[in-house]
Write a protein that binds this ligand. Structure first.
Ligand code: TYD
Length: 216
């Protein structure tokens, strides 16, 4: 049976990941793989309800982090792990690194507390080994890195901004700082995509990252 593959896309609002997510999904489908496309916060009926609260209601950063992780747990149990167990490719628009970037970097919430929550929420029993527990992390994180000013231009006028999209350039530079810290802590899982480049160049960077791992 084919092994499941878990890839997440990350980056600040306006980094331009959406069209590349669809493109990568199609590239896998062209090779006969079954792809589960999903997103965070969200991906299940319950997690989508939590998403609506998170994106539109004011709350303190710990509450925000707890909601993100609660939604993530449901997503993991209901969608991600079962799809991986079936040998599918799971592509998620954001995952845990977004909590470190937005709540940790952007809001300045305590990094170590987020690491504790991560350990609790992502712990998963591995297959038939009754006592082997590990964290269910993506095999690869594609981080679309773009300066906050560039992202702001791309976002402007697209639609009514949600709670996060309405944040300042300074907030998004801090979010970028959070992603950079996570990338430095997880160098083998993270690939930095220079998302300020023209779209075709970005597409090539994404495909190269996947091909160099022998997945396409
Ligand atoms: P986003 O993924 O950008 O969706 P859309 O393209 O539909 O706007 O929106 C999700 C927002 O939630 C984004 O601003 C980042 C934020 N977020 C967090 O603050 N913490 C998290 O843990 C996650 C997953 C997202």
């Amino acid at each position: 049976m084919t092994t499941g593959l878990f890839i997440s896309f990350e980056g600040i609002d306006g980094a331009g990941k959406s069209s590349h997510i669809e493109g990568l999904a199609q590239a896998f489908r062209d090779q006969g793989r079954v792809v589960t496309l999903t997103r965070e916060p969200g991906g299940t009926p319950l997690a989508e309800k939590l998403r609506a609260l998170m994106l539109h209601d004011a709350m303190d950063p710990l509450t925000e982090a707890l909601i993100a992780f609660a939604a993530r747990r449901d997503h993991l149990v209901q969608v991600i792990e079962p799809a991986l167990a079936r040998g599918e490719v799971v592509i998620s628009d954001r995952f845990t690194d977004a909590t470190f970037a937005y709540q940790g970097g952007g809001r300045g919430f305590d990094w170590e507390t987020l690491q504790i929550l991560e350990k609790i929420v992502l712990t998963w029993q591995n297959g038939s080994q009754a006592h082997a527990y590990g964290l269910l992390q993506p095999d690869l994180i594609l981080w679309f890195d773009v300066p906050a000013a560039t992202a702001a231009v791309r976002l402007s006028g697209v639609r009514a901004p949600d709670k996060f999209e309405a944040q300042s350039a300074e907030f998004f530079e801090q979010v970028n700082g959070g992603y950079a810290r996570r990338a430095a802590e997880n160098p083998y899982r993270f690939v930095r995509i220079d998302a300020a480049q023209p779209v075709e160049n970005v597409r090539q960077q994404v495909i190269t990252a996947i091909r160099s791992r022998g997945w396409l």
